[in-house]
Design a protein around this ligand. Structure first.
Ligand code: ADP
Length: 277
């Protein structure tokens, strides 16, 4: 019993109805957080109750992507997540809209203060997010992992052995080593890989031509390589094009699937959300 703290993690219960996805990427800047936030937003637009745990402690960006300003509320020993409702003017894909409940270290620190925690403290933070935050009944829980396959990814896999990994990568071929590493980690921790999301794929230019800024084919390649490695089919769930609307929406703190539902990125993100729902 560590520090007398033994609160259990509801999502670790084998009978839990919450589907848990840990969103991983081999390196930073490929759009992992944007994908996490928007898939969560798209699921909420489908009427789901969605939790997002920002496990990217050092590089947190989830609060900004949802425009969350306030800190978390504390009631006794319970921490309440920030609740983001699907805005009234957003497209509702499945009747009554759900909501996204967010917890992030970014809600506890002022944005200018760097987070300097190391392994054991990171582990403790993840445990607190999972055990002490009152999410209520969730249909889905998404975890935005830090880039790479480090301490936090292992910690999450150990705490939530039933979670599935969602791999985000760009279409660049150099990304393939990532598949190997993600596969090794998932196999080690007996997690399965739900699929590969290719982000920053070809953008349609105003003249109708398409620009493959980051190449093509990487997502499919990773999916095939992981299928071989994992011994279960790992599909490519979709390709999200480079899209100014996605970047602008992220900067404005309004997920693109809500604010610009007809943009090419939003359409692709909705299709991905549908497949994991
Ligand atoms: P990561 O979490 O992998 O570090 P982010 O989600 O923070 O990546 O994305 C990095 C930057 O790239 C952000 O400014 C984001 O708005 C932008 N971005 C991500 N995906 C796309 C896309 N499909 N089109 C345009 N910009 C994107």
């Amino acid at each position: 019993q560590r520090l007398g703290h033994t609160r259990s993690i509801p999502f670790a219960d084998p009978d839990s109805l919450t589907r848990v996805h840990a969103v991983a990427s081999g390196k930073g800047g490929v759009g992992k957080s944007s994908v996490t936030a928007n898939v969560a937003a798209a699921l909420a637009a489908r009427g789901r109750q969605v939790g997002v745990v920002d496990a990217d402690i050092h590089g947190f960006s989830i609060p900004g992507l949802f425009g969350i300003q306030r800190g978390p509320t504390k009631v006794d020993e319970m921490i309440l997540p920030a609740v983001v409702e699907v805005p009234g003017n957003a497209r509702r894909d499945n009747g009554t809209p759900g909501c996204v409940k967010v917890i992030s270290i970014g809600m506890f620190t002022d944005p200018a203060t760097p987070v300097v925690w190391r392994g054991p403290l990171l582990d403790r933070a993840i445990e607190q997010f999972l055990a002490d935050v009152h999410f209520g009944d969730l249909d889905h829980l998404l975890l935005d992992l830090p880039p790479g396959t480090g301490d936090v990814a292992i910690s999450v896999a150990q705490k939530l052995p039933h979670s599935k990994v969602l791999v985000v990568s760009t279409p660049q071929q150099a990304a393939t080593g990532i598949a190997e590493r993600a596969g090794t980690l998932a196999a080690m921790t007996e997690q399965s890989v739900a699929g590969v999301v290719e982000n920053m794929a070809a953008m349609v230019m105003p003249d109708g031509s398409s620009l493959e800024l980051f190449g093509s084919g990487g997502g499919q390649q990773i999916a095939e390589s992981l299928t071989e490695r994992m011994g279960h089919p790992v599909p490519k769930l979709g390709s999200i094009p480079l899209d100014v609307a996605l970047r602008q929406a992220g900067d404005a703190g309004a997920p693109v699937v809500w604010s610009e539902p007809d943009s090419p990125a939003a359409v692709a993100l909705r299709e991905i959300a549908e497949q994991i729902d």
